[in-house]
Design a protein around this ligand. Structure first.
Ligand code: SF4
Length: 345
């Protein structure tokens, strides 16, 4: 995908190309991620959205080389600042995690070790990459600085995770994720276990820390409303495919892919009461995807051609790409009719 950046820098820090990940089952391989490509630019925050099971988290774990059997990477390339992650040895990968790529995992609050004090968990991350730190006072100051960056008080230094609130535990995970100033941080549904107010505050903290230390960030989530407030661009996934990618304001003002339109329509509004949009059609068997367009069994605008050919990524304008035949020039009339239907619905 040749999508354009809007974060200010043209320097690509992460380039995912044609990545495909399967899960082997006795009944055949489940296709979790299907040949996706995207770039992440220096200083950018990219949101990765889609419904549960669409491959967002598997993409993140693939990038970090953390896909566990029966999952496996079929093919693809993952370059961080020009270095191919798939070529790294186990030892190189161990060093690369936390410094090149770091993960704030789903349910991060439960990823903290309940038997270790907060300080020891952060010291573990630092010393596993930088060796034993002899200057304990400097180490403590460094951790206090990290606490300040993520809005934590110094008094939690000696505490255990069970003594902290959910929001505080999440902030500890963010502190660990950025402790070694990685090039790319991936936050996988990092706030979804928090209540809505804390969710927004923690998400904002994440972006502020990102700006302060200058990392690039991928935020994986399904809350389009929350993502709208914190990301620069959004990539929409459906059934392992990337179907649309654009700056956040484009996606919300003018979603192009029929699936993105349904996602945007499903965001609740406090200004107007609207009926819940139901997506007609059936989801396919992930071991046996339909021919042509992956969304055609649920798409209100599907026609015969959608079953024949898989849509490629179409550049609608320099910042906006979509994988849908409606945006192929030869089907312009069909697109006008489809958009008229949307306007009247
Ligand atoms: Fe719908 Fe066809 Fe576009 Fe797929 S290619 S989203 S089936 S109109």
């Amino acid at each position: 995908m040749s999508e354009q950046n809007r974060s200010g820098s043209d320097r690509v820090v992460l380039n995912v190309d044609n990545l495909r990940i399967h899960y082997a089952t006795p009944q055949g391989d489940v296709i979790a991620v299907s040949d996706i490509s995207f770039k992440l630019y220096e200083g950018e925050t990219l949101g990765l959205v889609g419904e549960s099971g669409c491959g967002k988290s598997t993409t993140a774990y693939g990038i970090l080389q953390l896909v566990q059997p029966p999952g496996y990477i079929v093919h693809g390339s993952i370059e961080v600042e020009g270095a191919e992650v798939l070529d790294l040895t186990e030892e190189e990968l161990r060093k690369f995690r936390w410094t090149g790529l770091s993960l704030i995992p789903q349910g991060a609050m439960n990823s903290l070790n309940p038997t270790m004090r907060v300080k020891d968990q952060i010291i573990d991350v630092i010393e596993s990459h930088e060796g034993k730190q002899s200057d304990k006072e400097a180490l403590r100051e460094r951790i206090y600085n990290l606490f300040a960056q993520v809005g934590l008080p110094n008094r939690i230094y000696n505490m255990y995770p069970h003594e902290l609130s959910g929001g505080m535990k999440q902030r500890v995970c963010i502190a660990m994720g950025v402790a070694l100033h990685p090039t790319v941080v991936i936050a996988d549904e990092a706030t979804s276990a928090l209540d809505v107010v804390v969710q927004r505050i923690v998400a904002q903290t994440l972006v502020e820390v990102k700006d302060e230390i200058g990392v690039s960030l991928i935020v994986i989530g399904h809350d389009m409303g929350l993502l709208a407030q914190i990301v620069d661009r959004i990539a929409v996934m459906y059934a392992g495919k990337m179907v649309e990618i654009a700056p956040v304001e484009n996606i919300y003002a003018k979603p192009l892919h029929p699936y993105t339109q349904l996602l945007i329509d499903s965001i609740p509004s406090i200004k107007e009461r609207k009926p819940l949009k139901i997506t007609e059609g059936i989801t396919h068997d992930p071991r046996n995807p339909p021919s042509g367009c992956i969304f055609r069994l649920r798409c209100p605008f599907a026609w015969e051609h959608c079953a024949v050919e898989e849509p490629s990524q179409i550049i609608v304008d320099e910042k906006h790409e979509v994988a849908c035949h409606l945006f192929d020039e030869q089907f312009e009339e069909r697109r006008s009719n489809a958009f008229a239907t949307i306007a009247n619905s």
